[in-house]
Design a protein around this ligand. Structure first.
Ligand code: IMP
Length: 178
């Protein structure tokens, strides 16, 4: 199935994660319009609809956000804008990284979330993409940039939920917001 995203890193991780579960993912590189919403789920579902109009067939898309507790969850769904504007600023703050992947194939649409708790490092550690060098998941010895993140990342959890549903014929999960 197609993974529609402009982000090579996201695709690389998603392909690796689903590959381990026996599913094959192909990259359709495109920047999908992002609707403005407080909900990652709504953004991901809208992305899935526009991805379908672009490539047809079965598509998988993803939307992520970094939610910093002391900033009341900011930047959340606006993380990509904040990253482009200020980059990896320091500070020691409890935070969570969330992902919603949305699947659509014309007859079925479903969204799956993943979340990892952690904190923002007080300095950039390691070299990786996006917020990887500043996000330290709880219980890990370093930032996402310094560890093997696939097994405990927000993306890994969302994709594992998707794979269980896709492979097992389970009912799609029902959650109100992400
Ligand atoms: P997006 O809006 O889904 O593209 O993601 C929001 C922001 O979070 C973007 O700046 C991404 O680069 C960043 N991001 C999402 N997932 C990850 C990750 O696994 N590691 C590092 N940065 C990420």
């Amino acid at each position: 199935m197609w993974f529609v995203s402009s982000n090579e890193h996201k695709f690389g991780e998603a392909r690796r994660i689903l590959g381990r579960m026996g599913m094959e993912l192909y990259h359709h590189k495109a920047s999908l319009p992002e609707v403005q919403s407080h909900s990652l789920k709504d953004i991901a579902l809208a992305k899935a609809a526009s991805a379908r109009s672009l490539v047809g067939g079965a598509v998988l898309v993803e939307d992520d956000g970094l939610f910093i507790d002391s900033l009341k969850g900011f930047p959340g769904p606006y993380s990509s804008y904040v990253f482009d504007t200020i980059g990896n600023a320091g500070g020691d703050r409890a935070a969570s990284f969330r992902a919603v992947v949305a699947y659509a194939d014309g007859s079925r649409t479903a969204a799956f979330k993943g979340e990892v708790r952690g904190r923002i490092a007080d300095a950039v550690r390691g070299s990786g993409w996006g917020y990887d060098p500043v996000f330290i998941p709880d219980g890990a010895g370093g930032t996402f940039a310094q560890i093997d993140k696939d097994r405990l990342s927000h993306r890994g959890e969302a994709l594992a939920a998707f794979a269980r549903w896709y492979g097992g014929g389970q009912r799609p999960p029902d959650y109100s917001a992400a």
